[in-house]
Write a new protein. Structure first.
Length: 306
């Protein structure tokens, strides 16, 4: 396969702060590539450099064989960008704003086709200001696709969507890749990344902490099970519950999660500890590891205080 995007030793400094510190990866043509990371991880800076909207401090970057920093208008004619907040004039109707933003492109998709694609046919002549938040995000998506781009950057594209609308939007992204489009996706929805991405890059503190398919990221952990429960109020330290565990504990408020390679042994200890104190553990479950569990372990999650 041919790489649509190549990044080698990318660095971005803001004074003494390294927002991006030696990042390297490639995105193949027709691939959905997700970039994940907490706020401040460097993912937005990385994507903005790929789009040509921010200068890099060092390293080499090519998108569609061009350097985004110097490629100019011809390059922008071949990419589409869906920002978290597009800032479009809300007094235009859906149809008008698509026509307006589509005018500068040398090639473009039809307005009616786009409106149908993002499921806004019944709202085509409605002012954008009168749409719901989720519907406005669908207008943003249409604007990112209006130039029939070869590479599409989607920044949190389904923020504000209800679950049903989010899943319908996933179908739109899948349709794009079936047409050979390359998609770079940033999202905070782990399920979205798992459903859409061929490969996932995880950034933390400006550096890559993991890269691969969702299955490969899971296989990189030394655990495959999760025990969860809600702990009643107790008047003793939790060291007696947590210290003997094989797995790693984390939690917030009363909810505790144990990531463990030995679910049988850890579950036996947990239930014995609770039984000895005549406690009921609410919502006690044992399940397989999810992508969100992998992500939290990679980027860091506070453990439960003993």
């Amino acid at each position: 396969m041919t790489a649509a995007i190549e990044v080698n030793d990318l660095v971005k400094h803001y004074g003494d702060t390294k927002a991006v510190d030696g990042v390297s990866f490639a995105v193949e043509e027709g691939e959905v590539f997700a970039i994940l990371g907490p706020n401040g991880a460097g993912k937005s800076t990385t994507v903005e450099i790929l789009e040509g909207h921010r200068e890099r401090s060092g390293g080499d970057v090519t998108v569609l064989g061009l350097d985004p920093a110097t490629a100019g208008r011809a390059f922008r004619d071949r990419i589409g960008v869906v920002l978290q907040e597009a800032g479009i004039d809300r007094e235009f109707t859906v149809r008008e704003v698509i026509d307006l933003y589509g005018a500068p492109y040398s090639t473009r998709r039809g307005t009616d086709e786009l409106i149908e694609l993002v499921e806004l046919t019944e709202k085509a002549d409605e002012r954008v200001a009168r749409l719901s938040g989720g519907q406005q995000r669908r207008v943003d998506l249409a604007l990112g696709l209006v130039g029939d781009p070869e590479v599409i950057f989607l920044d949190e594209p389904t923020t504000g969507f209800d679950p049903a609308a989010r899943r319908r939007s996933w179908d739109i992204v899948r349709n794009l890749t079936s047409l050979g489009k390359t998609v770079v996706l940033t999202t905070h929805y782990m399920e979205e990344a798992e459903q859409l991405a061929d490969r996932i890059l995880v950034l933390a503190r400006g550096s890559i902490v993991a890269e691969g398919t969702a299955a490969e990221l899971r296989s990189g952990l030394d655990t495959d099970s999760k025990i969860t429960f809600a702990l009643p109020a107790v008047d003793e330290p939790l060291a007696g519950l947590l210290d003997p565990l094989v797995g790693t504990s984390r939690g917030r408020d009363r909810r505790i999660e144990i990531l463990t390679p030995a679910p049988t042994a850890d579950l036996a200890h947990i239930t014995a500890w609770a039984t000895a104190r005549n406690l009921e553990l609410e919502s006690l479950t044992v399940s397989s590891i999810e992508l969100e569990d992998v992500y939290l372990q990679l980027v860091g999650e506070p453990e439960v205080e003993a």
